[in-house]
Design a protein around this ligand. Structure first.
Ligand SMILES: [Zn+2]
Length: 288
């Protein structure tokens, strides 16, 4: 297949009460892990890259890895820009072939958030690119994006109506009590807020900070209308645990083809667990 936007995938997930998982990848190895796991479980898949990942791998290299990945497997594959704040970076990746973006202007005052998102939507429409934006602010750290506890802000269900209407976005990232990174204590998810948002607007809703979130909370969120679940930190941990275990046994190892393998295997197990948790297993035929 080709790289797709996430529009039709998320609308199907919304209609049928499951979520499409979005896994943050960093390079060829982690991309292959995700597509192999998704292909084996016949799940539609979103591969997400933050600005730091694009800086690390290169926009052109990464987009072409994704194009090749999409051709290698017969499942719907979305390459998605995660937490992008710079409009020029977004335009560059769209012109390279990316079809799904998140413009994160949630740190800005409301009117500026609206203005910036609208500009991205206008550009994205020309290329049939789906746009996700965030209202409210998640606490924690996502690569270079750090929000301290005092700055976090939950999504206002009434303002969400105005935001969606004025920006024309395809999906909305909500702040309902999850955080980026690992949880220091059990998170308290504001489910009544999520229900209000779901009632007020009809576009797909996105849950950020699903790493380390108890399975029952992920399931509850999906049951209440979340259609895209973002997972990043947990995958990094699984991959590095695999590599660390290998080096603990063989400290003199020096062949990346050997020492990366246990990292890939560990990460693949986790990707499969998350696909099953999201309910997207065997949903690959959704667009056929
Ligand atoms: Zn996020």
């Amino acid at each position: 297949m080709f790289i797709l936007s996430n529009r039709n995938l998320l609308l199907d997930a919304q209609k049928n009460n499951y979520a499409v998982p979005a896994f943050n990848i960093h390079n060829l190895e982690t991309t292959k892990v995700v597509i192999e796991a998704a292909d084996e479980l016949r799940s539609p898949i979103i591969l997400a890259a933050t600005p730091a990942t694009i800086k690390f791998s290169g926009a052109n290299f990464l987009t072409n890895i994704m194009k090749t990945a999409a051709r290698e497997v017969d499942i719907p594959l979305v390459y998605h820009l995660d937490h992008h704040e710079n409009i020029d970076d977004i335009k560059k990746s769209i012109l390279l072939g990316c079809r799904s973006v998140m413009i994160d202007a949630s740190k800005l005052p409301y009117e500026e958030n609206v203005k910036k998102v609208k500009e991205v939507v206008k550009f994205a429409r020309r290329y049939d690119v789906s746009v996700e934006a965030e209202l409210g602010k998640l606490v924690g750290q996502e690569d270079d994006l750090i929000i301290e506890k005092g700055e976090s802000q939950l999504t206002d269900p009434n303002l969400a109506v105005d935001f969606v209407e004025r920006t024309g976005i395809d999906s909305l990232a909500v702040a309902i009590g999850t955080a980026h990174g690992l949880y220091k204590k059990e998170p308290k998810i504001d489910y009544s807020r999520l229900e209000k948002i779901r009632k007020n607007i009809d576009i797909p809703l996105v849950l950020h900070g699903a790493s380390d979130l108890p399975d029952r909370d992920v399931k509850k969120s999906i049951a209440r209308g979340i259609t895209k679940v973002n997972i990043a930190t947990e995958l990094k941990i699984a991959f590095s645990e695999g590599v660390k275990t290998y080096f603990a046994k063989k400290p003199d190892a020096n062949d990346p083809r050997r020492y990366l393998k246990p990292g890939k295997e560990k990460m693949k197990e986790l990707v499969k667990e998350k696909i099953i948790l999201c309910g997207s297993k065997n949903k690959a035929e959704v667009l056929k």
